[in-house]
Design a protein around this ligand. Sequence first.
Ligand SMILES: [Zn+2]
Length: 73
Amino acid sequence: MTKFVLTPLTPEEAEGRPSINTGVAMLGLGGNDYVCAHCGRVVIQGFNMDTTLPAMVYVCGVCGGHNGAPRKT
Ligand SMILES: [Zn+2]
């Protein structure tokens, strides 16, 4: 399991893309943890983002910030 920091997006960048609100914490079926790029909270736990659309926008349920999938290095 790895902890990833999501990529911060502006509302303009997120516009027109599919989005999901994480709520206070979104639970997956196993995988990695993802940290909101804006408030630093773990908003998605046990999830594999490789299995979702790369364009998906994750709206933080804590601070309302828009996040994209972590950038691959
Ligand atoms: Zn946040």
